[in-house]
Design a binder for this molecule. Structure first.
Ligand SMILES: Cc1cc2nc3c(=O)[nH]c(=O)nc-3n(C[C@H](O)[C@H](O)[C@H](O)COP(=O)(O)O)c2cc1C
Length: 360
C-alpha cells in the first residue's frame, strides 16, 4: 500500500484536512483518522484491509494500491500543487450544445449578479483628482503596428530625462483607461459598471487590473505614487516618493533607479472571486496583467520611449507604499519607460562582462 503522492494536509483546528489536489477531493479527518494516517505515512506496510479506518482511507484514495512514478516537475511542491490543483477542474454541467451553453452561462451570470458586486475601488482615494487631458493620440499617428512590434525591446539603461504628462496621459488611457470610443458597445445585460472596456482584453470583462503610477521625473506632474482612476482618466496621489531608490522596491535591480515613470499593475482578486469562485481564476489574474503590460510596452514604444518590465517586486514594501497591505488587491507586475540608450544591460554590467571576456 502507498500514500497517494498528490496530497497535502491543512491544519484546520480541530481537524486535519487532507486535500487530494489532483482529484479535487477534500476530507476532514477526525483525530483517530489523522492518527492512523500518520502511522501509515511512517510505515505503509502496517495497512490492514480489515481495519475500517484503513479501508476508508483506501476508499478515499488517500492510500493507493499501486505505487506511482512521480511526473517530472522541477519547481517546488507549492507550484506543483497550484498547477495540478487548478488543472482538469471537474465540470458537472458540461453543455452539450450552444443552446445549453447559453442557458447555463446566463444562469451563472444571473447568480453572480444576485450577489453584491465588489466596490469600484479597494482604496478610496482621498486626495484631489488630477484630471488628465484626453489624449489626442496624434503622436501615435505615424507609428505602424509592425514598427512597434519590431521596435519593442527591454532596455536596462535609462538616463535622467523627463517624459511629459501628455505622454503619461496617452500611456494610461491606452493601457488602462476605460475607452470613450467603446462606451456605447454594451452587449450583455448587466450593470453599467461592467460595460467599461479597455484596449486590452479582461477576464469576464471585470477589469480586475488596476494601475499605480510611479512618477519620478514627469514634466507637469509632481513626483509621487498615484492611483489611476480609469473611469475618470484621472490620477490621485497615494504616497510621496519613497527616499529609497526604485531598485529597492524591485528586488535590488538598481540599474532601474533613473527610470522617470513606472506603473505597478495590481489585480483585484475580489472581482475575480465574485465571478469565478475557483482557484483556477488566479491564473487569469496574471494572464490579464500580462495583456495590460504588453499594451503599455507597445504604447511606450510607439511614443519613442525605451521600456522595461519586471515581476520581481519587493512585495511587502510595494504593498505598503500603495496602501494595499493584506488587501484583496495585490501588486503583480511593474512596467516602466523613459529615455535611454536602449542597451540590454546597464553600463556597470557591460563593464564586468567586458573585463571577464578580456581575462578569458
Ligand atoms: C514575465 C516577465 C518578467 C520579466 N522580469 C524581468 C526582470 O525582473 N528584470 C529584467 O531586467 N527583465 C525582465 N524581463 C524582461 C526579459 O528579460 C526580456 O523580455 C527578455 O530578455 C527578452 O528581451 P526583449 O524584451 O528585449 O525582447 C521580464 C519579462 C517578462 C515577460
Amino acid at each position: 500500500m502507498h500514500i497517494n503522492p498528490c496530497l497535502f494536509i491543512l491544519a484546520r483546528p480541530p481537524h486535519q484536512v487532507v486535500w487530494n489536489y489532483e482529484r479535487h477531493t477534500q476530507f476532514e479527518l477526525e483525530l483517530r483518522y489523522s492518527t492512523r494516517l500518520a502511522q501509515l505515512i511512517q510505515d505503509p506496510s502496517t495497512f490492514d484491509i480489515n481495519y475500517p479506518i484503513d479501508a476508508d482511507l483506501l476508499d478515499a484514495e488517500i492510500l493507493i494500491k499501486e505505487a506511482r512514478t512521480p511526473t517530472k516537475w522541477e519547481w517546488d511542491e507549492l507550484s506543483r500543487i497550484f498547477h495540478i490543483g487548478t488543472k482538469n477542474i471537474p465540470c458537472a454541467d458540461i453543455p452539450q450544445d450552444v443552446n445549453e451553453w447559453a442557458a447555463l452561462y446566463l444562469q451563472h451570470c444571473n447568480e453572480v449578479l444576485a450577489s453584491p458586486m465588489p466596490s469600484a475601488r479597494i482604496s478610496n482615494p482621498q486626495a484631489d483628482r488630477i484630471a488628465l487631458a484626453r489624449p489626442l493620440l496624434t503622436d501615435l499617428q505615424d507609428a505602424s503596428l509592425i514598427q512597434t512590434l519590431v521596435g519593442r525591446s527591454t532596455s536596462r539603461s535609462f538616463r535622467d530625462q523627463p517624459i511629459s504628462i501628455e505622454q503619461v496621459s496617452t500611456l494610461l488611457y491606452l493601457s488602462l483607461g476605460y475607452l470613450n470610443e467603446r462606451r456605447d458597445i454594451h452587449g450583455a445585460a448587466g450593470p453599467e459598471s461592467l460595460g467599461a472596456r479597455r484596449s486590452s482584453p479582461s477576464g469576464g470583462g471585470l477589469n480586475a487590473c488596476e494601475g499605480y503610477l510611479y512618477v519620478r521625473d514627469v514634466t507637469g506632474l509632481a513626483p509621487g505614487l498615484y492611483a489611476y482612476l480609469p473611469d475618470e482618466h484621472a490620477l490621485s496621489l497615494t504616497a510621496s516618493l519613497p527616499e529609497a531608490p526604485l531598485g529597492r522596491l524591485l528586488c535590488g535591480q538598481h540599474f532601474i533607479n533613473p527610470l522617470p515613470l513606472g506603473l505597478f499593475i495590481t489585480s483585484r482578486f475580489d472581482k475575480l472571486w465574485w465571478k469565478y469562485a475557483h482557484s483556477r481564476a488566479y491564473r487569469m489574474a496574471f494572464v490579464e496583467t500580462g495583456h495590460v503590460s504588453q499594451t503599455f510596452l507597445m504604447v511606450a514604444t510607439a511614443l519613442g520611449l525605451d521600456t522595461w518590465l519586471t515581476g520581481a517586486l519587493s512585495d511587502r514594501e510595494v504593498e505598503r507604499l500603495l496602501g494595499l497591505e493584506d488587501s484583496c488587491e495585490q501588486p503583480l507586475f511593474f512596467v516602466g519607460c523613459g529615455h535611454g540608450d536602449g542597451q540590454v544591460h546597464c553600463k556597470e554590467l557591460t563593464a564586468l562582462i567586458e573585463r571577464q571576456d578580456a581575462v578569458s
